[in-house]
Design a protein around this ligand. Sequence first.
Ligand code: FES
Length: 487
Amino acid sequence: MRVLDALHHIHDNIDGSLSYRWICRAGQCGSCSILVNGKAVLACQEEVKETDEAITLDPLPIFPVIKDLVIDPGEAYDKLMKCEPYLKREGKYERPDVLKTEDIADVKKFRECIECWCCVSACPVVNQVWDDYFGPMVMRKLCELKVDLRDVGERVDTALNEGLYHCTTCRNCWEVCPQDIEIPEKAIEHMRALAVDEGKGPLDSHNSLVQSIKNYRNPWIMPRARRAKWAKEFDLKDKGELMFYAGCSPSLLFGERVPSNIIKILKRIGIEPAYLGKDEGCCGSPLLKVGERKAYDAIAKANIAQMKAAGVKTIMTTCAGCHKSWAVDYKEFFGDYGIEVRHVTEILLDAYKKGLFKFKDLPKNHIRVSYHDPCHLGRGSGVYDAPRELIKAIPGLELIETERNRENSHCCGSGGGVKTGRPEVAIKVGQERIRMFDKLDVEYVITCCPWCEQHIDDSIAASGSCLGRTKDLIEIIEETMEIGRDE
Ligand code: FES
């Protein structure tokens, strides 16, 4: 049974006044979009599972509600129309239009949009500043027209005016898109790259970050040698089958506690990864996000070559952005380079399951905590379970999930160059995330990403929330692990 069938049943047998939209019943018209358990879906495509005890249905957020599940999408259409969503031609043109398949290959996927508005309702930025950011659906349309060879409109300028650099690339729009349109990577990042090519991007506020990566191979304007300071005490080899890619932010921010704790933990259980030291460079993710594709390509290719030269078979990451770079983006752009990529929590969970370590009690015996899925680790790379299983294995920690978690998690607001380029937007999105944690009566939030960690703390401060300092899961594991397992 689909949710739409359930709605028909309620309408026909229980409450004839129930209002909801549908036309095609086949996922084509886009009219039946609603929230099911907090996630935007098409009611005609969403199954009611036998295991569902209850499901919660709501109208799509943001839009005015006409009645029950029927929303008024007028404002969304107004914004779309403001962007002139039709082909603009130059001079006279032949009729009929003769198009080669290869000429419209890039356009085709974007044209599959059925205007259901799921993406708009799921966008964390639209939910905060819809007037400043017209949202994923409009950006998709502008990109569709930009890559159409017949169109002569100033699409990049329009996208810039309507908030191209507001998107955090959290992928929630893609997650809920019934047509599987890859808006963050294929529309947003592509349009940003075109903006850079046309000399119109990135934002001025991105410049120091971009120049720093080009000059110092980190975004924090710090000398190259500084990134390996945390590793001095460990005497790690620079070649080996398992390579720890520490990343810029873990290596240079927060007192470098995460990378050094990772090595301490691994050494205790007999795993000694290699580490490139000062020769490790930025993964380039910030460059990709702001549209600096040429610099990104050069850095990414050099990074892959460096790993191959070091004989690496598995790269172990800690930062969510680095993980997505190595596990997803490099493979998307340059093909499978033959090296496995694993997040440190996946490696530690395997070790825990093999009995290589156990957890001792925390000093306080019952702590309610929540977990924030970093967008680039969760929706970006599909790592949801390993951090949760480890948290649940620590005695005394009780994991309380927010209303938005896993695939439907809410962005913290810091990704996609937004924290640097549009800090006021980042904080608004972050404050919404904090409101979700505040409802749970938890002591603090755990995450696995330095950007999320920093931004959640900034958002806590801006919200006046009573949440404690956000912790990277590694910190807690280092405090609580013991070698061996109880019989
Ligand atoms: Fe047309 Fe669901 S009824 S998409």
